[in-house]
Design a protein around this ligand. Sequence first.
Ligand code: ASP
Length: 425
Amino acid sequence: MAFKRYLFKNLWLQVVISLMAGLGVGLLLGDEVGLGLDGDALDAMSSYLKIPANIFLSVILMIIVPLIFASIVVAITNLGAKEKLKTLGLGIGVYFVITTTIAILIAITLASIIAPGNILDLTALQETHDLSEDDLRVTEGFSLEDIPETVSSIIPRNPIVSYLEGQMFSILIMAVIVGLSMATLPKDSIKPLLDLLESIQRITLHILLMAMKIVPFAVFGLIVSLVAKVGAETMAGLGVYMVTVILGLGAMLLVYATIIRLVAKRPVSFTFSRFRNPQTLAFSTASSMATMPMTLKTAEEDLKLDTRVSKFVIPLGTTVNMDGTALYQVIAVFFLAQLFAIELSLLSVLVIIVTSLLASIGTPAVPGAGTVVLSTILITVGIPPVGILLLLSVDRILDMIRTMVNVTGDLTASCAFDRITRSKN
Ligand code: ASP
């Protein structure tokens, strides 16, 4: 009875059970140990199994733009006291850049020492993926020409288009601009909009929390399809590459533990145990965006953080702070460079650092996005983007782990800034 109650209250446990069940059923249906259903039958089955996951994602996408916009505007407006806003706004920007740079440096170190791409044989992969010589052509990379264009288009000229197309970064910039001006205007002139945004925030959060109820089913469907389709053998082929990424992500968790101890001044294992719900959800949905309501809830209810801090840092971090993604992207670039025998000059390494920093900021917090954005980095460095095909078979697994790290990074940042802003009071 007690277990039943515990199970009902703890989403992470429901998710873990779904993961296990999905793993078992997936193995049973796949061709390595189980029934060996053929590709068509598996496709048909997984399209049904994925219904709960698709419904869940649709609810998220339906609600996420107003939620992010409202959360950031309300948070900035409520931070009110200018000193606090300055500490938080500037500080958090610098903090995000520093932690992402640490993630990138860890990735470069590991990828250079382990050199996962030197172990694999390109021709074998070429055959299994049916790639032509043309696909594999190494191109001239790196052009500085795109920079002015990108910088000039940061501010959305047409916010409606950004809304309709779900361009999160533009929406974020607009939310910051609106929030900053609302914070400086007299209270009575902004009250109507503030009230409206606050109720939008409450309603959308409520919808999302209700949608969480189908997560265990969504997870089950996703895992069954994944395990049945990508057998263990494919994964083993890219094993060293996967191990490199996982080691890097593990190192990043150690960095967070240090920040929690030294900056947030909280007990590490106790704090990490509070992260469990959003971490399991991030792991199973592979989307920091889908996890955001749970991340916010954990920050406010379990960690008891200042809600003005959490309501600012979490939506912002979810959108722009992706240490796990940056780390994965850099290891993937090195892996492919090694595989295609491309010498990376110091300049190329610098370009990789800058582009992956920007790319992780621009990566949408949804499943697989990091891999799509990876193609931009590859083109910039001159590596054939078709290389991504080689990584796709194991991508979902790495996506699950890096998303968990992304969410842990946002929670760690919130704990750190909760401490920093409190001690400034
Ligand atoms: N799935 C990741 C996230 O939502 C993004 C990525 O693909 O790296 O955080």
